[in-house]
Design a protein around this ligand. Sequence first.
Ligand code: FAD
Ligand code: SF4
Length: 466
Amino acid sequence: MAEKKKRLHMQERSAAERTRDFQEVPLGYTPEEAIEEAKRCIQCKNPLCVKGCPVEVKIPEFIKLVAEGKFAEASRKIKETNALPAVCGRVCPQEEQCELKCVLGVKGEPVAIGTLERFVADWERDNVKLQTSNLKPQDKISINKSHKIAVIGSGPAGLTCAGDLARLGYQVTIFESLHVTGGVLRYGIPEFRLPKKIVDLEVEYVKTLGAEVKTDMLIGNVYTIEELLKEYKAVFVGSGAGLPKFMGIPGENLDGVYSANEYLFRVNMMKAWQFPESLTPVKIGKRVAVVGGGNVAMDAARVSLRLGADEVTILYRRTQEEMPARIEEIKRAVEEGVIFKILTLPVAYHANNEGWVTDAECLQMQLGEPDSSGRRRPVEIPGSNFKLQIDTVIVAIGNSPNPLIPLRTPGLKTEKWGGVIVTAEGLTSLPAVYAGGDIVRGAATVISAMGDGKTAAKAIHQLLAK
Ligand SMILES: Cc1cc2nc3c(=O)[nH]c(=O)nc-3n(C[C@H](O)[C@H](O)[C@H](O)COP(=O)(O)OP(=O)(O)OC[C@H]3O[C@@H](n4cnc5c(N)ncnc54)[C@H](O)[C@@H]3O)c2cc1C
Ligand code: SF4
């Protein structure tokens, strides 16, 4: 039997080069490489890959078009269901979704669906000028609905919901509390993983579909949901999970201890690395400790290297196997020199006379029985305390839903931990008010937020089309 072709991996910049700047790490496919990889797809009759995609991208169909060199058509095919392909191609955990289900993965390596999606979106960006006038019928499927819909938040959940409803012809307004759009795509994920020009372009595309964006609009303060419902027939809440969690251990309020949110926000939004030319500083010393094992922790660690730290250590209470971060981002962090101190739990931070953190007191852990997450529970080894000298701590152990809207919306039911309660269609406890993304799930993923935005858009359409 002929040997199956191996998956074509993207070229990347070397670790030594990339840690000196904030430019993107992977280089993407060339057109020839994209065609070669696309040809590996065997065009399954029952494509399991699609079942693994929360926004139901027509994967075999777009890949077939890539294999034929029809890149513009491939992009249109993706955009029938996904308004943010360049974002998804970069940050989606494909290895746990579409690619996990790809039949080629049973005996070998799955088709590089994510990399192909990224290629197609980038190709369109570089080769096609997107304007309302060149939107194809499949972009805009109806134009006759006058109902107004309000979307709160311009992260992936809000953008997807707004994009889908605008495509159907509704008058959609996105209300964003910040002065810029994109949510975590803009203020959380660093430039070297998701260039901001990509976020700009995909937000522009959603606008091209007809959605209006109003920034500097903190809903809950400027308008309540009750007030919005006087003008808008339905509201979608996609306000995310912007409230950082802390461990509640001694010393977390010392100087030099940041939440990952604050740290990444200062760097991404306030250009803190350019201080004093920019107004906001971000002070890190030579030794940085990052607490956590998710994407946020990897991002904070890799940003710290780029800001000039000598030694960056991830402190994680389980082992690398249980880390929730994407495998490729863990691999890149390792290549760049991030140290992984696994089975390690900080229990207190200590300071010098000026109140700046100087060391983390940690406990050694071991793995016990699996817990409700299916991962083996970390168990403390009594008396194993040790100290680690550090100048900066970044706490990246998760985020809670933004509390303002639930607080200012009487009758909006939430879970004890703050998540808004919704039905399978995304309907909250209030009529015509829908929600999705991190405000419902807690800190989750871009694609799950997009899937929620899509589900709610369908439900809103059903409600209003009656
Ligand atoms: C550093 C970092 C790295 C990550 N890496 C990945 C990754 O690699 N892959 C992945 O899939 N996921 C990743 N995630 C998670 C992912 O980004 C989130 O799950 C996703 O962005 C959630 O989308 P959302 O639309 O629900 O919320 P958000 O992206 O948080 O957007 C919510 C928006 O609502 C706005 N808002 C909040 N309150 C109000 C209000 N009252 N009125 C108006 N607007 C409001 C906010 O300003 C924000 O713009 C990462 C998260 C972080 C923090
Ligand atoms: S499962 Fe894999 S091989 Fe089959 S259609 Fe999807 S991408 Fe192609």
